[in-house]
Design a protein around this ligand. Structure first.
Ligand code: IMP
Length: 176
């Protein structure tokens, strides 16, 4: 039995890969001809981003931004801190922010405000998951993987208390 047999599958590895191929094709079409920097938001989006960039048929750079928000294990407080900053300037570049999940939207609102001060040519947001039932801030998600109900999900990069990131699918914790 795998260590994650307490998870209920929401999206299988195959379903995720299929959706990523569609998102990649759309992004390839939309951002062609632009100087693109993909920003993977750590830690939750690292696996998604690794698969997504391979589905985008464009020359691009990849950078990482670490964010941590004060709060409990499953809640964002809205007070967000940069734990690790970008390694390159984004001025004049088309940014594609890659996030695991937009829940209340507070993290993404903070991030967009921060990135705008660095004068990119534009910012597009790609989120694998969206939980619209909990939205506190309106976020424009240009590329969205799946819309989910208000459940706490883990796997495929998403964690509960730093565990489950290495689960190959997205699932719901049943005995939390
Ligand atoms: P927001 O600021 O409420 O939109 O929260 C965004 C961040 O909270 C995400 O980038 C995740 O790291 C984390 N998060 C929100 N919901 C979940 C979930 O269901 N599972 C795992 N992490 C989550």
């Amino acid at each position: 039995m795998p260590f994650y047999d307490d998870l209920q599958v929401m999206f299988s590895a195959e379903q995720i890969q299929q959706r990523i191929r569609e998102l990649g094709a759309q992004i390839t079409q939309d951002l062609r001809g632009q100087e693109v920097t993909v920003i993977s938001i750590l830690k939750g989006s690292y696996i998604f981003c690794a698969d997504l960039v391979r589905a985008i048929d464009l020359p691009l750079s990849v950078d990482f931004l670490g964010l941590s928000s004060y709060g409990g294990k499953t809640e964002t407080s809205g007070v967000v801190r940069i734990t690790s900053d970008l390694s390159m300037p984004i001025e004049g570049r088309q940014v594609l922010v890659v996030e695991d999940i937009v829940d209340t939207g507070l993290t993404m609102a903070f991030l967009e405000e921060n990135l705008l001060t660095r004068h990119p040519a534009g910012i597009k947001v790609c989120a694998l998951l969206e939980k619209p039932s909990r939205a506190a801030r309106k976020i424009d998600i240009h590329y969205k993987g799946f819309v989910i109900p208000d459940a706490f999900v883990v796997g495929y990069g998403l964690d509960y208390d730093e565990r489950y990131r290495n689960v190959p699918f997205i699932g719901v914790l049943t005995n939390r």
